[in-house]
Design a protein around this ligand. Structure first.
Ligand code: TYD
Ligand code: MG
Length: 456
C-alpha cells in the first residue's frame, strides 16, 4: 500500500500538529485533534467506471436543467416533505437518529415502496437474513431493491460500478471503512473520508445517497459537526423508543426548507406516516385541565411544541416548595416574584411544582410565557384554552419580551393545528397577514392574563 502522510488537525480552529495533543494550543479546546490524510498516493476510488471521466464544463445558468424534474418522488409523503419535495438526484442525505429508533426500517421501507428506482441497500450492521426478515415484517417486496453486505468502501464502489443504482443506502456510516486509512471504522477520520468519497461519488454519477448515522448522546451525528457541513441534507429521526411516535426533522437542506417536520407511527408492520399530526401530539387529553400551557420553543434551529404543567397549592408546612422538572428552579422563582409584584398574586405561601412533559429539558427563554400561564392557570383553577400556544420571554418588570425565530415558532404552532398564539408585541416584523393562525400580541403579563382567563 502506498505511503500516506497524516497530520492532526484541530476540528475547532484548524490548528495543525504532527502528533495528537489533548488540548489545542491555539484555541484551548480539549479533544479536538483528529488525524487526517494530507497526501494520498495512488488513491483509486470508483474511478474505474466511465462516470468519473466526465469533466464538468461551464454552462449558462439558463441552460441548467430545472430542479423540479430532477427529483425522485416517494410514495411516503412525509419523506417527500422533509426532503423539500422529493429526493434530488445526486444529493447526499445524512439520516441520523439514536440506535433502535427505526432508521433502518424507514430506509428499507422507502426502498421497497419505490419500485421504479433501482436501490442498493448496503448493510454493514445486519446480515442479509436480518434485512430480509425486516422486509417480511414490513410486508413488501420489490424487484428493484438489492442488498449488499459490505463494509469496505472500495468494495462497495466496485459493486456500484457494475450495478449502477439510482439510490444508494449506507447502513451505517459508522461501520464503513476506507482502506486508505488505518484508523478503525467509526472513527472521525474514517467517517469523514468515507463521507467525502460518497459525496464525490454522488455528485459525479448523479446517484442519490442516503447515509445512516447513529447519533451520540448529546444529539450530534458522529463527532463535532463533522458530517453536517459536508452533506446536502441532514435528517434527524427522533422520539422515545418506548412510544410509538417518531419525528423526522430536517436540520439542513440545500434543496428546501429546514422547517419541515414529518411524523410517523411505529407499528408492527413498519412505519406509518401520520397525516394529521395535531391529532397525535396535542389532543392526547380532551379534557380541559387547569395548570397546562403549550409553549412553542426552539431547540437549536428546530421549533418544538412542549407542554408545561404546573401545580400550585397551599404550602402544608411553613416553607413553600419549588420543584421543577426540565426547567431552571431559579428562573421559576424569578417568574413567581414577577407575578407577585406585577400582578398581585400571593404565591409566596404556595407550593409550586413545574413539569415539562415528555422528559425534555428546555433552556429557551421563550418558554417563560407558558410557565407563567400554567402557574396562573393552576392558581386560579381555570384551564388555558387548548387552542392557544405561547412564546415569549418575561422580563423583571412584567413585560413580554421578543424572542428569536418567532416566524418558525408561529409556523410550527400553525402546522400543529393551533388556532391562536400569544407572542410579544415587540417582536419586529411579525405580521398577522403572513400567518393563518390568529396572533395575539401582548406587551405585559396582565394582558396575557386577560386574554387567557377573561377580564378579571
Ligand atoms: P431499526 O430500524 O432497526 O432501528 P435503527 O436502524 O434506527 O437502529 O428499528 C428497530 C425497532 O423498530 C425495533 O425495536 C423493532 C421496531 N419495529 C417495529 O416496531 N415494527 C416494525 O415493523 C419493524 C420493522 C421494527
Ligand atoms: Mg439499523
Amino acid at each position: 500500500m502506498a505511503k500516506i502522510k497524516k497530520t492532526y488537525f484541530c476540528q475547532n480552529c484548524g490548528a495543525q500538529s504532527p502528533q495528537w495533543v489533548g488540548k489545542c494550543p491555539s484555541c484551548a479546546e480539549w479533544n479536538t485533534f483528529v488525524e487526517e490524510i494530507v497526501s494520498k498516493n495512488e488513491k483509486k476510488l470508483f474511478s474505474t467506471g466511465p462516470a468519473t471521466k466526465r469533466i464538468s464544463k461551464p454552462i449558462a445558468i439558463g441552460e441548467v436543467s430545472d430542479e423540479k424534474h430532477n427529483r425522485i418522488i416517494f410514495k411516503d409523503s412525509e419523506l417527500n416533505r422533509v426532503l423539500g419535495g422529493g429526493l434530488v438526484h445526486g444529493s447526499l442525505v445524512l439520516f441520523g437518529g439514536e440506535p433502535g429508533i427505526g432508521k433502518s426500517t424507514l430506509m428499507l421501507q422507502m426502498a421497497l415502496q419505490h419500485s421504479k428506482a433501482r436501490v442498493l441497500y448496503v448493510s454493514g450492521e445486519e446480515s442479509m437474513k436480518q434485512v430480509k426478515m425486516r422486509a417480511d415484517r414490513i410486508g413488501q417486496t420489490s424487484e428493484n431493491c438489492f442488498l449488499l453486505n459490505e463494509t469496505k468502501l472500495q468494495h462497495i464502489f466496485s459493486h456500484i460500478d457494475e450495478f449502477q443504482p439510482h439510490i444508494l443506502i449506507i447502513d451505517s456510516i459508522q461501520t464503513l471503512h476506507s482502506e486508505y486509512l488505518d484508523s478503525s471504522p467509526g472513527s472521525i477520520s474514517q467517517i469523514r473520508e468515507c463521507t467525502g468519497d460518497l459525496m464525490k461519488f454522488a455528485k459525479e454519477t448523479q446517484t442519490s445517497v442516503f447515509i445512516i448515522g447513529h447519533i451520540t448522546k448529546d444529539g450530534s451525528i458522529a463527532g463535532p459537526k463533522v458530517l453536517e457541513h459536508m452533506v446536502d441534507t441532514v435528517l434527524q429521526f427522533e422520539g422515545d423508543r418506548n412510544h410509538i411516535y417518531r419525528l423526522l426533522r430536517t436540520t439542513k437542506n440545500r434543496f428546501g426548507s429546514t422547517n419541515e417536520l414529518g411524523i410517523y407511527e411505529m407499528q408492527t408492520g413498519g412505519l406509518l406516516p401520520v397525516l394529521n399530526p395535531s391529532d397525535v401530539l396535542l389532543n392526547n387529553n380532551d379534557e380541559a385541565l387547569s395548570g397546562v400551557a403549550i409553549a412553542s420553543t426552539m431547540e437549536g434551529m428546530r421549533p418544538m411544541l412542549v407542554e408545561v404543567q404546573a401545580l400550585v397549592s397551599t404550602a402544608a408546612y411553613g416553607n413553600p416548595q419549588r420543584t421543577t422538572t426540565g426547567f431552571d428552579t431559579k428562573r421559576l422563582n424569578m417568574l413567581l416574584a414577577v407575578l407577585e409584584k406585577r400582578c398581585g398574586f400571593k404565591l409566596g405561601a404556595k407550593d409550586v411544582f413545574l413539569n415539562i412533559t415528555g422528559g425534555i429539558r428546555v433552556n429557551d427563554p421563550a418558554i417563560d410565557l407558558a410557565v407563567v400561564s400554567a402557574v396562573l392557570s393552576s392558581n386560579v383553577d381555570l384551564p388555558v384554552s387548548k387552542e392557544i400556544a405561547l412564546a415569549g420571554e418575561v422580563g423583571l418588570t412584567g413585560e413580554i419580551r421578543p424572542v428569536s425565530h418567532i416566524d418558525q415558532r408561529i409556523t410550527e404552532a400553525q402546522k400543529l393545528g393551533f388556532e391562536k398564539m400569544i407572542v410579544s408585541k415587540y417582536n419586529k416584523g411579525v405580521k398577522q397577514s403572513d400567518f393563518d393562525i390568529e396572533l395575539i400580541q401582548v406587551g405585559k403579563i396582565e394582558e396575557v392574563f386577560r386574554h387567557l382567563f377573561g377580564s378579571e
